[in-house]
Ligand binder design. Sequence first.
Ligand code: NAD
Length: 488
Amino acid sequence: MVAAGEARFLVDGKLVDSSSGATFDNVNPATEEVLGPVADGTAADMEAAVAAARRAFDTTDWSTDHELRKRCLFQLQAAITEEKEDLRAELVAEVGCPVLVTYGPQLDAPLSEALTWPAEQIDSFPWHRSLGRKDPFGLGDAEREVWKEPIGVIGVIVPWNFPIEIILNKLGPVLAMGNTCVLKPAPDTPWNATRLGRLIAERTDIPPGVVNIVTSSDHLVGEVLTTSPSVDMVAFTGSTATGKRIMQAASANLKPVFLELGGKSVNLLLDDADFSQVGGLASSVCFHGGQGCAMPTRFLVPRSHYDDAVEAAAEAFAGVSYGDPTDPSHLMGPLVSRTQRERVLGYIEKGKAEGARLVYGGGTPAHLSKGWYVEPTLFADVDNSMTIAQEEIFGPVLVMIPFDDDDDAVRIANDSVYGLSGMITSGDLDRAKAVARRIRTGTLALNGGIWYGADAPFGGYKQSGIGRQCGLEGLEIFTETKTVGWPA
Ligand code: NAD
């Protein structure tokens, strides 16, 4: 049993209850048991948080004091690291994430650098750039410079699938660049965020109001961040549908939006690949129950090898170990909620109805009586126009699509409203790179190479998003540009 998490959220440097006094339940998706309560924030709480962030940006020296920002980011990283094992257990309990995943992208990988890499860039970041002298109107030479400045108050809205990874990769750059923020976590996974709030309040010199965190059971409380004139920008990770709503709401004040959205990425196996890898490549979609935006959910296989590949994939799916997320041998746990499970099962029914061949899984596992599990599910004979090949399912569901040659593979890969990530496997790295250049997507793993890192820009083409998280692009996005001139 995991210890009860922090029930209060953080506004203006203080841990507080909801102004309504209400709480909501944090539920374990593997056991369906209530873990404990968390404050159920209201729109008024969100407005108070925005006012605190505004005040901190406008009246403190946070936006200009580089040394303070560096110190605070390192303090926060040290404080989280001290509680890492408690946080790990909490993530497994509230996300339903297999503990195996926390040793990689769910916790250890981001914690090692998501706050510190941006802090380390503060000194070398090009805050000033000289343009040299010019006399454009014949009025005398002017000395000109470009200054980079923080944007102001950032509304940060995050989902539940990799909550702490996404929070750290947003807060690191937002704070390093001198902004203040209000964070709204997903209602399904609140405690990792409220833990962070407690650590910020109790263990760091981050001035009151610089980071505010408001949990709520009501998704729409997040709308305050998209409509308030006191918020200068929205940084959002979540579904494309919500991203569109946020962009629409933010347009009333012409507020810039930074959107990390959904994906339907390809796992592309070229005909010169080592086909003994098929099983491993196929079942990778079950990692964390397929609840990852960058999951390669469309498996593209040469038609000449298709039948053998489907057989190998089915064998691998039968061997996927899943169940209790605290068991370190499990690749997948439950889905995050009953709603999410119903959604995934709905897509499976749609796949069958549209004529795809269900090769493996397709239902809820008989051996698990509690928890929102879905069986590893494999579809063959899928046409790329089918719903299960076009829409993001966000569950352990793989669709296998045959292709004729590299041109056909590229055509299918690009025949998607999304363009977030993908994988290409080939016996010839140069050929893989040539194909990679033709696929309209934000990240690609070639022959299993992992691109991930705090220094690696991540984000989407097309409806997978606007802007990049991490890397230099991910720092730049949280800055404004001011050009100044003076008589030389
Ligand atoms: P979601 O879009 O339903 O919710 C995301 C967040 O937005 C939650 O905090 C939610 O409470 C909030 N929200 C919902 N409606 C809102 C509104 N009208 N105004 C303001 N805030 C609102 O997404 P989800 O179901 O929590 O997460 C799964 C989705 O996230 C998938 O589509 C996945 O691909 C995407 N995702 C993308 C990335 C990426 O980096 N591209 C990473 C992880 C997840």
